[in-house]
Design a protein around this ligand. Structure first.
Ligand code: TRP
Ligand code: SF4
Length: 404
């Protein structure tokens, strides 16, 4: 696969540290399900990343790997459109991580915000480990090994994608200029044929001298259409076009996932660690109970006290689950004490139960047949490995490790 095509590849991972809840569903998984129709998608269980913080309770990881994959499938991630796999089953990630570590300055890792943040937040754990410092670089390896163009992540992960771009740039700069790069590029230009070579040179000049973005894109599209050049030459010409060396590892882009507005049962952010969540496959009685006891506007002590939806976490759920008319009914009824909080919660309970019904059904089919899940993941791993191996070959070659 050539560079521009792989730029349409989407890659994302999730750490298996607990059951997925409504926050994950609305914040992340719905997005994955949407993306799988538009792009080639690869989604993986980041079990090594989980180990960086949970090294002392690995059972958590083991328990959650398969349930998490089932949660993905339950949400509608389709193994026919997306490859699902487990990071540690694709050991190529580790080799690329090691190789990238040779050129990654310590200061880049130390200045990633999550490094200090997490150390402070999880202060009962010793996170002054080598593995934890390397967390973002392992993530870079996850992304670059597939030459992924798009990485859907939340805002907290954007600095990791930024660092990945820097690592890729540095890699290409150091290793993309094999000896005689310019000569080889010139030979490759000639192979394009008279008309195309002329066009390539003109567009390259336009871009390098005047920064004309349109010329760059035109030239890239032209290269993309060339049938009769080798992949190596194509990558070389892509790199030469921009004045650099060969682009071995293309820079990915973060695809920012909108912050989830899912409130927890106590009005805080829904999170496993606060125990204020409804999981993606919660049983019906428990959904009813949790919503019935959910925090409301504290001003509504009695049924006759008027309330303010703006101060009520239940109303945030209406923002997600209700249409305009229903929201208007809530606002009116709450402010005038015309409806009680249980009346207000009823449609939410129904909506969540309805939303989860198909998920529970899909999940049941997989839970009853664990082998099916394992074979989906095995197939995903195989696909992932074959892409990963090809990239590693190129990387080894570029780094002078291609002796046999
Ligand atoms: N660090 C990510 C998180 O905590 C998980 C992750 C690991 C990831 N590798 C990745 C996400 C590669 C995107 C791409 O959410
Ligand atoms: Fe909240 Fe609804 Fe009760 Fe108003 S009526 S306080 S919006 S639960």
């Amino acid at each position: 696969m050539s560079l521009l095509e792989s730029q349409k590849r989407v890659l994302s991972g999730m750490r298996p540290t607990g059951h997925l809840h409504l926050g994950h569903y609305h914040g992340v998984l719905k997005n994955w399900v949407r993306l799988q129709h538009e792009y080639e998608c690869m989604f993986f269980v980041a079990d090594w990343h989980a180990l960086t913080t949970h090294y002392d309770d690995p059972e958590v990881i083991e328990d959650n790997v398969w349930t998490m994959v089932i949660d993905w499938l339950a949400a509608g991630v389709n193994p026919g459109s997306a490859s699902l796999f487990i990071q540690s089953k694709v050991p190529e990630h580790a080799e690329l991580h090691l190789l990238l570590s040779m050129i990654t300055p310590l200061s880049w890792l130390e200045r990633v915000p999550s490094y200090k943040d997490q150390q402070t937040k999880l202060n009962e754990k010793d996170l002054s480990t080598y593995g934890f410092l390397g967390y973002p670089l392992l993530q870079s390896a996850d992304i670059l090994i597939y030459k992924a163009g798009l990485v859907p992540v939340g805002a907290d992960q954007v600095p990791h994608v930024e660092m990945t771009r820097e690592v890729a740039r540095r890699f290409n700069h150091i290793f993309g200029r094999d000896s005689g790069f310019v000569e080889l590029a010139e030979v490759a230009i000639k192979k394009l044929g008279r008309k195309s070579s002329k066009m390539y040179r003109e567009l390259r000049k336009e871009f390098l001298e005047k920064g004309n973005q349109e010329s760059l894109e035109k030239a890239q599209a032209m290269l993309q259409e060339q049938q009769n050049i080798s992949l190596g030459d194509r990558d070389r010409l892509f790199g030469y076009l921009e004045g650099g060396g060969k682009v071995i590892l293309p820079e990915p882009q973060a695809l920012l996932t909108e912050a989830s507005v899912m409130p927890g049962l106590d009005g805080g952010k829904m999170s496993k660690s606060y125990g204020n969540f409804i999981s993606m496959r919660e049983d019906e009685d428990s959904i009813v109970k949790k919503i019935k006891t959910m925090t409301t506007d504290p001003a509504r002590v009695r049924r006759t006290d008027p309330g303010d939806p703006e101060k009520c976490p239940v109303f945030k759920l209406h923002e997600i689950y209700s249409d305009q008319a229903q929201k208007a009914w809530v606002v009116e009824g709450c402010k005038s004490a015309g409806i009680g909080c249980l009346d207000c919660k009823k449609p939410i309970i129904d909506a969540i139960i309805d939303e989860q019904k198909p998920m529970r059904e899909r999940a049941r089919q997989y839970e009853e047949n664990p082998d099916l899940v394992k074979s989906i993941v095995a197939e995903g791993c195989e696909k992932a490995r074959s892409v990963a191996r090809t990239t590693l070959e190129e990387v080894r070659q570029a780094m002078g490790l291609n002796y046999r």
